[in-house]
Design a protein around this ligand. Structure first.
Ligand code: AMO
Length: 419
């Protein structure tokens, strides 16, 4: 059956009277090998012989059902149209024989998507988000969008990007925290797939200045266990579905994606410190776990057979004001770690107006700056909780990527504002 292939020429090989054009089609991973024989189609052969690698082409013809090419499906053209000829040589080796420098890959991400590996990676990212959305929809959560230009931050002043809003001080939203909580005054469950803007000063392999989160907030909870249950199910559902649907993509990346063992263990902050101490890592009670401690804990848990685990009940002193206290020192909070890195945090929130104001004061915040948020707590705010799951953190661990920059299309870090 006659059809068309639209895409880019990745390679051209001339063998006697035959030209082989490797064309990267619009979406799939595998290239199409267009075979043009001089004896059969001298017109097309003449065009193909002169075609530059990198050109955008439209080829009309038919697929060969029993394709012989190792690299892709074969296609016999009736006609070739060259739509755009490149002005420059591609900044990477299209045959993938010369390794691409990391910086080049990030700079030319939009072009590198012509390569099977980059395509595979970003198809997996899209699939992850598709299933996260599907899961939350099926659970009855309502998808919402909240402002990204905000008047107050929720996650601490140090990582706020400031901007001028018609002469007033404004910020880029670090997270939808305050807004998703405000919505708990009228809705019982919401989610948002959203950018986080954070002026992180540190240049690490796990931080971005613009990253993405899957944020959930749910009302009428009995405790943070209700929230952890949804999160656990969500992550396992996404991993299982990516594993099923993206087998070709995972193979392309050489990744054996295993489904983490369930039930996901819950270890308290206290227990985590004990486990680390037994392995010779001293962590002072009251401090957050360092990257090194998290990594070590990942190794300890992996030895026990767990890739995914919760760390619960952190000291309240190191958590934001909106987190509910548990006794004098602790909080109703959790982190979800995946092979030694935090991919999500969440917990139960303080829904009682007076205590919330008290919490703000203890943290040195001025409740007046948060009046718009506090108002929502005056009209029957139910107990609620939620989480923020880092899309890039989850994806990098699923794909065993070393650097978070590998899994986002356009990187925003201290050094990169373009492209
Ligand atoms: P937190 O600040 O822990 O919590 O962020 C939630 C998750 O988002 C991811 N993340 C990041 N990923 C890459 N680069 C960054 N700079 C970055 N910052 C955060 C991490 C992290 O676990 N409002 C709370 C969530 C909640 O309680 O609902 C919050 O933002 O994976």
């Amino acid at each position: 059956m006659s059809t068309e292939v639209k895409g880019w020429v990745n390679a051209r090989r001339i063998v006697g009277g035959i030209v082989f054009l490797e064309v990267i089609p619009s979406v799939s991973i595998k290239p199409v090998t267009v075979v043009i024989k001089k004896s059969e189609n001298p017109e097309a052969w003449k065009i193909a012989k002169r075609i530059k690698v990198g050109s955008a082409v439209r080829v009309y013809g038919e697929y060969v059902l029993e394709g012989k090419s190792k690299r892709g499906i074969e296609f016999i053209p009736s006609c070739i149209e060259v739509l755009s000829t490149p002005r420059d040589a591609l900044p990477y080796d299209p045959l993938g024989k010369t390794p691409v420098l990391f910086d080049t890959k990030i700079k030319y991400r939009y072009l590198m998507l012509r390569t099977p590996k980059e395509r595979a990676l970003f198809r997996i990212r899209a699939t992850l988000l598709k299933y996260a959305r599907r899961f939350l929809e099926e659970k009855g959560f309502l998808e919402v969008q909240t402002p990204k230009i905000v008047g107050a931050g929720a996650e601490g002043g140090a990582t706020l990007f400031k901007l001028d809003y018609f002469g007033r001080q404004a910020f880029l939203a670090q997270s939808p925290q305050l807004y998703k909580q405000m919505l708990m005054s009228s809705l019982t469950g919401v989610y948002e797939i959203t950018p986080y803007f954070r002026a992180e000063q540190h240049h690490t392999t796990r931080h971005l200045n613009e990253s993405w989160g899957i944020d959930v907030e749910m009302g009428f909870i009995e405790g943070m266990e209700d929230v952890m249950k949804v999160l656990e199910e969500l992550v396992i559902y996404v991993i299982k579905n990516v594993r099923n649907e993206c087998s070709e993509e995972l193979e392309q990346l050489g990744v054996d994606l295993t489904v983490p063992r369930t039930p996901v263990p819950r270890i308290s902050y206290e227990e985590a410190l004990n486990l680390l101490e037994k392995e010779g890592c001293q962590v002072k009670w009251g401090l957050d776990l360092s990257d090194r401690d998290e990594k070590k804990l990942g190794e300890i848990m992996l030895e026990k057979g767990y890739e995914l685990y919760f760390i619960t009940n952190y000291p309240w002193a190191i958590k934001p004001f909106y987190v509910m206290r548990e006794g004098a020192e602790l909080s109703r909070s959790f982190d979800l770690d995946y092979r030694g890195i935090e991919i999500c945090s969440g917990g139960q929130r303080e829904h009682r107006y007076d205590r919330l104001i008290e919490n703000m004061k203890v943290k040195g915040l001025n409740p007046e700056d948060f009046n718009f948020y506090l108002d929502a707590f005056k009209y029957g705010m139910p107990p609620h909780g939620g989480f923020g799951l880092g899309v890039e953190r989850l994806l990098m661990k699923m794909l065993r990527a070393e650097n978070i920059r590998e899994v986002i299309l356009f990187v925003r870090d201290i050094h990169r504002l373009v492209p």
